[in-house]
Design a protein around this ligand. Sequence first.
Ligand code: IYR
Length: 223
Amino acid sequence: MSHGKLIPLSGYKELSNEEMKSRSDDFYQLMRRRRTVRDFANRPVPREIIERCLLTAGTAPSGANMQPWQFVVVSSPEIKAKIRQAAEEVEREFYENKAPDYWLDALGPLGTDESKPHLEEAPYLIVIFSKQHTVTEDGKRLHNYYISESVGIALGFLITAIHNAGLASLTHTPKPMSFLREVLGRPKHETPVLILAVGYPAKDAQVPEISKKQLDEIATFLD
Ligand code: IYR
């Protein structure tokens, strides 16, 4: 077994307790304002902001650092229309026939249905694919590890970066999603995971009246 070269940790600076407290609280205050938005303004967003957010997503840790993700950024109105049409088709089948009552009941507070205008209104759709293996430049296949965990973490970074940049996003998971591979011309070893619609919220955007759990409901401390 060969070991890679190890280098000193650079870029880490220890902070005082005070500073850690205020930074962790500032960040919480920023993040608790994030809402999933379904009504987007049809205004363009500078591409370099999306690029920065994707670079941030790319800093995520991943199994054996294989970075098993591919982000397809769609701003073309024609491709967005194709995605909307195909997504609404599978969603109609989901809402009308496939979804069990308990699932529809759980979605009640969110007010979602098969109509997906945001897929055309949002200036960007970022489609996240996971890679079942990595193909090297010389055509070799490398195994990827902890693919769904790695892609989930990168997605979390992406949603956070987009919110931090002052934009809104919507995680959208049409079921089944395999049409995305064809519409976007991706290879068979890439699996679509999620569509993230990104843009400014519409002026009259509405969101469901829901809340997040308290700390003692989501965390257990064993001292
Ligand atoms: N994919 C459908 C249904 C849906 C499912 C869950 I779980 C949600 O949190 C929201 C929606 C849709 O996007 O409408």
